[in-house]
Design a protein around this ligand. Structure first.
Ligand code: NI
Length: 254
């Protein structure tokens, strides 16, 4: 592995925001600063697209799953239809899964689909990528019970909750949010999480770091997240990139 290369543990390159230049951009990223990307599924269609992208680039891997915002009446049937995608050699995780109480999607259904996917991950011996928005109480309760391995992505809860998750064996994903002015809680968490449990992510096309906030995000911009964490932890940007890349390969078993 080359020093200072970027590992983006959470991206959505299937998004229409990349339609005009997806292949050109990914070729450029992999020829340049990026070592690996895990593209996250959110629906049946985007999970299929994640697998397709992973087949096209050596450094690209797929997560397959149903996002809580995309959960509906047919989700439990859809989970059956996702099953063959877990046999693809570059599928490395069940994701993006979780709970999102910001929108009105029925909570019981979200919980049922999340728990079914946590069970599936255990059965397949795969890590999960977890989305938690305004659902910290139910999330903690479920994670305490299910004890999954994987990444808590774009974490917005308290430092204490993060540390309990770390104790459980989970990794904490940091992205553009940590560079925002109002990121006090995220900064507190980034100061407390052990370095061997920190991974970097874009969630692109969303959440571009400062000074690109509001623009389309891509994996090359992770250097701004690494720089912020380097400042906080008294390390060099290179050190942060290489230790988080090592963490990413460990959590995804790459
Ligand atoms: Ni995401």
């Amino acid at each position: 592995m080359e020093a200072g290369k970027i590992a983006d543990t959470h991206a959505h390159y299937d998004d229409p925001a990349f339609d005009r230049d997806r292949d050109e951009l990914l070729r450029r990223l992999f020829a340049g600063p990026v070592e690996l990307i895990v593209n996250q599924g959110t629906t049946l269609a985007t999970s299929e697209e994640s697998v397709r992208l992973s087949e096209r680039y050596p450094g690209m891997y797929a997560a397959v799953g149903l996002h809580p915002e995309c959960v509906g009446e047919n989700s439990l049937e859809e989970l059956e239809r996702l099953l063959p995608l877990y046999d693809c050699p570059k599928t490395v995780a069940v994701g993006e899964i979780g709970l999102d109480y910001y929108y009105d999607n029925p909570r019981d259904l979200q919980k049922a689909v999340f728990c079914a996917q946590l069970d599936l991950a255990k059965e397949k011996n795969l890590p999960v990528t977890i989305h938690d928005r305004e659902a910290h109480g139910d999330m903690l309760e479920i994670l305490r019970k299910k004890q999954p391995k994987g990444i808590l992505h774009c974490f917005s809860g308290s430092r204490d909750m993060a540390l309990e998750m770390v104790e459980m064996g989970l990794y904490i994903g940091f992205g553009g949010v940590i560079t925002f002015k109002n990121a006090r809680k995220t900064v507190e968490t980034a100061l407390a999480v052990p370095l061997e449990r920190i991974v970097l992510e874009t969630d692109c096309p969303y959440l571009a770091p400062v000074p690109f906030r509001g623009k389309r995000n891509d994996s090359s911009l992770i250097v701004h997240v690494a720089k912020k964490i380097a400042e906080l932890r008294g390390l060099s940007e290179e050190e942060v990139l290489s230790l988080t890349a090592e963490n990413a390969r460990r959590v995804y078993a790459l």
